[in-house]
Design a protein around this ligand. Structure first.
Ligand SMILES: [Zn+2]
Length: 329
């Protein structure tokens, strides 16, 4: 069993095969960024059932409502884990509606359930000042859970979440690309330690981001970057990655990735020591992938004090998978 963290920010970046899901404890708050899941395993059920005992999500961020980022919403519905605060690209609603119609025609029942919950339950939240180009941000410390921060600057206390995005739902030639380009960019900041995640942004969305001065200023010189669009080569942008200047890059995807830009990210990352939780071995790493490294944990207090560990994965048998989940913390 892993130990309880003394750090202000404790992130679990789950292995959900194709998709994206992260849980973080930000001081006293439970935060979820994206709700991917796989057929055998639900991150939300895990944090509810396991020693985490999470029965209320304080803050949920959905980068964009594609299935691989909302697949766990049926479990959220079942367990009554609906969040106190929600951030999502509000202008995606119409596109999700179109996707839902298509799923109904195709009898894609899994997607129908998630999309209906997203539209009927989650879309009613009104906490998203999704206005371009303003930059909504929240201080997430004990006293000021939902206080809007106008400065957009680095907090001197607590953990803050700033999100950036465009409301232009016409960036891209297909519904798939349009929805990806609405992905909200989130900067999680613990006393200057920065974790940046940008959903499935594609080139047009990345160009918009690069034109947004306050977003660019917020993501500059971050410690950890979650690569856009599961590390796909088509979403790799040299200028952007150079600007973010990450120490470590995370890629969330399944075993057979399409054109990953892993080598490009590798050449830009500074590298950090990473502990293998099962063996205790340490090695310097630049890029971590859920497909090779399994569950990734990052505990951070500030830019000088943060540690990374991986749990490892084993595709050899179902038994190994079960064992992995049993021991997973
Ligand atoms: Zn995705």
């Amino acid at each position: 069993m892993g130990s309880k963290s003394n750090h202000t920010l404790d992130i679990r970046f789950w292995d959900v095969e194709h998709g994206s899901a992260a849980y973080m404890r930000a001081r006293t708050k439970d935060v979820v960024i994206d709700c991917g899941a796989n057929d055998d395993w639900s991150p939300l059920r895990w944090i509810n059932d396991s020693r985490f005992g999470v029965n209320n999500i304080d803050y949920l961020i959905i980068s964009h409502p594609h299935h691989d980022h909302i697949e766990d919403l049926d479990v959220m519905k079942e367990l009554g884990l609906a969040p106190s605060m929600l951030q999502r690209p509000k202008s995606a609603t119409e596109l999700v509606g179109e996707g839902l119609e298509m799923a109904q025609e195709n009898g894609d029942t899994e997607y129908i359930e998630d999309a209906e919950y997203y539209l009927n339950r989650l879309d009613e939240y009104d906490g998203d000042p999704d206005t371009y180009p303003s930059d909504p941000s929240w201080a997430l410390d004990e006293q000021n859970l939902s206080k809007v921060r106008a400065d957009g600057g680095i907090p001197d206390r607590g953990v803050t979440f700033h999100t950036f995005g465009t409301s232009d739902s016409d960036l891209g030639s297909t519904r798939f690309k349009k929805l990806n380009n609405l992905s909200r960019v989130t900067v999680v900041n613990s006393f200057g330690f920065q974790y940046v995640t940008m959903g499935d942004l594609m080139p047009k969305g990345i160009e918009e981001l690069k034109d947004n001065d306050s977003a660019m200023s917020a993501i500059a010189d971050s410690e950890v970057l979650v690569a856009p669009h599961h590390g796909r080569d088509s979403s790799y942008d040299d200028e952007l990655v150079e600007h973010i200047n990450p120490d470590l890059v995370l890629v969330s995807d399944e075993g057979d990735p399409k054109n990953p830009a892993t080598t490009d990210y590798y050449s830009h990352a500074t590298g950090v020591p990473v502990e293998h939780e099962d063996t205790g071995n340490m090695e310097t790493r630049y890029v971590l992938t859920t497909r090779n490294d399994g569950r990734i944990r990052i505990q951070a207090s500030n830019p000088d004090t943060w540690v990374v560990s991986v749990f490892g994965r084993d595709y050899a048998s179902q038994k190994a998978d079960t064992k992995r989940y049993d021991r997973l913390v």
